[in-house]
Write a protein that binds this ligand. Structure first.
Ligand SMILES: Cc1cc2nc3c(=O)[nH]c(=O)nc-3n(C[C@H](O)[C@H](O)[C@H](O)COP(=O)(O)OP(=O)(O)OC[C@H]3O[C@@H](n4cnc5c(N)ncnc54)[C@H](O)[C@@H]3O)c2cc1C
Length: 451
C-alpha cells in the first residue's frame, strides 16, 4: 500500500482529525510554534484517544512512515519530511495527588494549567519560564526551571510515564519496571514510545520569595561578576537568572524600554527572604529598578515576558563550566558592538545545587556546567534572518571552546542533535534502547544524531 493510501484508509476509522497537504487547515496545523522553521510532514493527526494512536502506529508501520509527536513545536527541528505529525491536545487530563506529592498530567497539557492548579497549595511543579510550553515536551527534553537548583531538572522529577509502545501495549513505567526506558525518557524525547501522561513530583515551596534588580548597561560586567561570586556561596534554595537586554528602537515597545540597554538580575528563593545573599550584587551600584518580596508560581508566570503566541525567532544556547573574568569582559564588550543588534537578550542561569547530584538516572544532566547561557534574536516582520544568524554565530564565538560543556536537550536549537547533550556512550545507549523498543523505527528519531 502506498503512503497516501495507507493514510486515507486510516482516516476512515480515525475519531480525531487527520489532515493532508491541500486540506483545509493543513497549512496552519503543520506549523511549529517557532514560525521561522519550515516543516513539511506528510499529514497532521490530532488523535481523540488511545485507539486512534494505536491505529496510527499500525498504519505508519504498514506504510513505512514515521510518527513524530510534537505537542506544540517549541523545540521543532524542521526535519519532518515523510512523517505524520501528531498533536496531543486531546490528552488533557490533570490530577493533583497532594498526599503522594505528585501531579499526573496528560501529554497535551501546557504548564500554565498545572501552575494554576497548584497555586496557593504550598507546592509547585518544576515548570519552565513559559506557560504555553507543554509539560511533556519540556520534561522529556530535560527542562530547566526556576526551581532547578532546588529540585533538579524537570526530568529528574519524572516519577513515571504512561507509554503506548509501538507494539500497541499501553502501560505505566517507572524505574522499577523499566529503568532503561525511564533513563531515555528523561531527556531523549520520544524514542521510547508515545507518552500519553506523566507523573511528576511536586516540590515543596512553603515560602517563595523573589527579587528583581535592574542595572544600567554600563554596570553589566560588574553585576555579572557579583552574581558569579555569589554562586560560590548561594544556598541550593536560591535560584538566580541574569539577562543582558538591548531593546530595539521599535515603536511597538513601551517607551520605558524602547531602544534601552540594561541588565536584570532575578532571584527566586524557596526558603523565604534571601535579601542578605544579594547584598554583594546590590553593592555594584544604583539600580534602575529594585523590587523584592513574597511571590508565587502564578505571579512569576504573570510577570514573565515570554511570548505566549507563536513567533519567529532564532536562539543559541551554551552551557559553560566557568564564568571567569575574561569571559565576562568578552560578553560585556560583545553587547556594545552595533552589528550585534539582532540579539535582544542574553540570559545567564546559575546552575549547581540539586543539578550537581541528580536524584534519578536520566540522559539529560547539567552536572558539569555552572551556567546556562541563552541568546535570543527575534525576527521582527521585515527584518532579515541573516543578520540574526550572524549575531548568534558571533555569540557562540565569545566563549572559548574549552569552556563549553554538555547542555540540556530543551536548550538545543534547530538542527542540533543529542550529542551536544550526552557522551558517545550515552548516544549508543539510546540507540540500543530504540532498537529494543522500536526495531522498525516507526517513531521519528527526533534529535538522535543521524549516522
Ligand atoms: C518561550 C519559550 C520559553 C522556554 N523556556 C524554557 C525553560 O525555561 N526551560 C527549558 O528547559 N526549556 C524552555 N523552552 C524550550 C522548551 O522546553 C522546548 O522547546 C521543549 O521542546 C518543549 O516544547 P513543546 O512543548 O512545544 O514540545 P515539542 O517541541 O512539540 O516536542 C519536543 C519533543 O518532545 C518529545 N515529545 C513531546 N511529547 C511527546 C509525547 N507525548 N510522546 C513522546 N514524545 C514526546 C518529542 O521527541 C518532541 O520532538 C522554552 C521555549 C520557548 C519557545
Amino acid at each position: 500500500m502506498s503512503e497516501s493510501e495507507a493514510l486515507v484508509v486510516l482516516r476512515r476509522s480515525f475519531d480525531g482529525s487527520l489532515i493532508f497537504p491541500g486540506d483545509d487547515g493543513f497549512e496552519d496545523a503543520r506549523k511549529p510554534w517557532n514560525l521561522s522553521i519550515e516543516q513539511r510532514p506528510a499529514a497532521v493527526a490530532r488523535p481523540a484517544h488511545l485507539d486512534d494512536l494505536r491505529r496510527l502506529l499500525g498504519a505508519a508501520r504498514d506504510a513505512g512512515l514515521t510518527v513524530a509527536v510534537q505537542p506544540r513545536g517549541h523545540g521543532a527541528g524542521g526535519d519532518l519530511e515523510g512523517a505524520v505529525l501528531v498533536r496531543m491536545d486531546r490528552f488533557d487530563e490533570l490530577a493533583v495527588d497532594h498526599r503522594a506529592h505528585v501531579v499526573r498530567v496528560g501529554a497535551g497539557v501546557q504548564w500554565g494549567r498545572v501552575v494554576d492548579a497548584l497555586e496557593g497549595s504550598g507546592w509547585a511543579a518544576p515548570s519552565g519560564s513559559s506557560p504555553v510550553v507543554s509539560v511533556a515536551g519540556y520534561t522529556l527534553g530535560g527542562g530547566h526551571s526556576w526551581l532547578s537548583r532546588t529540585a533538579g531538572l524537570g526530568s529528574d522529577n519524572l516519577r513515571a510515564a504512561w507509554v503506548l509502545r509501538v507494539d500497541g501495549t499501553h502501560e505505566r513505567i517507572d524505574d522499577d519496571s523499566d529503568p532503561e526506558a525511564m533513563w531515555a525518557l528523561r531527556g531523549a524525547g520520544g524514542i521510547v514510545g508515545i507518552v500519553t501522561a506523566l507523573e511528576i513530583d511536586l516540590v515543596p515551596t512553603p515560602a517563595l520569595w523573589g527579587a528583581s534588580l535592574t542595572f544600567d548597561a554600563a554596570d553589566t560586567a560588574a553585576a555579572i561578576r557579583a552574581v558569579r561570586d555569589l554562586s560560590a556561596s548561594a544556598p541550593q534554595t536560591l535560584n538566580v537568572f541574569m539577562n543582558s537586554m538591548r531593546m530595539p528602537d521599535a515603536p511597538q515597545l513601551p517607551a520605558e524600554i524602547r531602544g534601552k540597554s540594561f541588565l536584570t538580575v532575578q532571584a527566586l528563593s524557596s526558603a523565604g527572604d534571601a535579601g542578605a545573599h544579594l547584598a554583594g550584587v546590590r553593592a555594584v551600584g544604583a539600580r534602575l529598578g529594585d523590587t523584592s518580596g513574597p511571590t508565587s508560581p502564578a505571579t512569576l508566570v504573570a510577570q514573565s515576558t515570554e511570548p505566549t503566541e507563536p513567533t519567529a525567532g532564532r536562539g543559541a544556547s551554551i552551557a559553560l563550566g566557568n564564568l571567569d573574568d575574561a569571559a565576562i569582559e568578552a560578553v560585556a564588550e560583545f553587547r556594545q558592538r552595533p552589528e550585534q543588534w539582532p540579539i535582544i537578550g542574553i540570559e545567564f542561569r546559575m546552575l549547581g545545587g540539586a543539578l550537581g547530584t541528580p536524584r534519578r538516572a536520566g540522559f539529560a544532566r547539567l552536572e558539569s556546567a555552572n551556567w546556562l547561557v541563552y541568546a535570543l534574536a527575534p525576527l521582527f516582520p521585515g527584518s532579515p534572518a541573516a543578520a540574526g544568524d550572524a549575531s548568534l554565530t558571533g555569540f557562540r564565538e565569545v566563549f572559548p571552546p574549552g569552556a563549553v560543556q554538555r547542555t540540556v536537550p530543551t536548550f538545543l536549537g534547530p538542527g542540533q542533535t543529542l550529542d551536544l547533550a550526552g557522551s558517545a556512550a550515552d548516544i549508543d545507549r539510546l540507540r540500543a534502547t530504540r532498537r529494543r523498543l522500536d526495531p522498525d523505527g516507526v517513531l521519528h528519531e527526533g534529535r538522535l544524531p543521524r549516522r
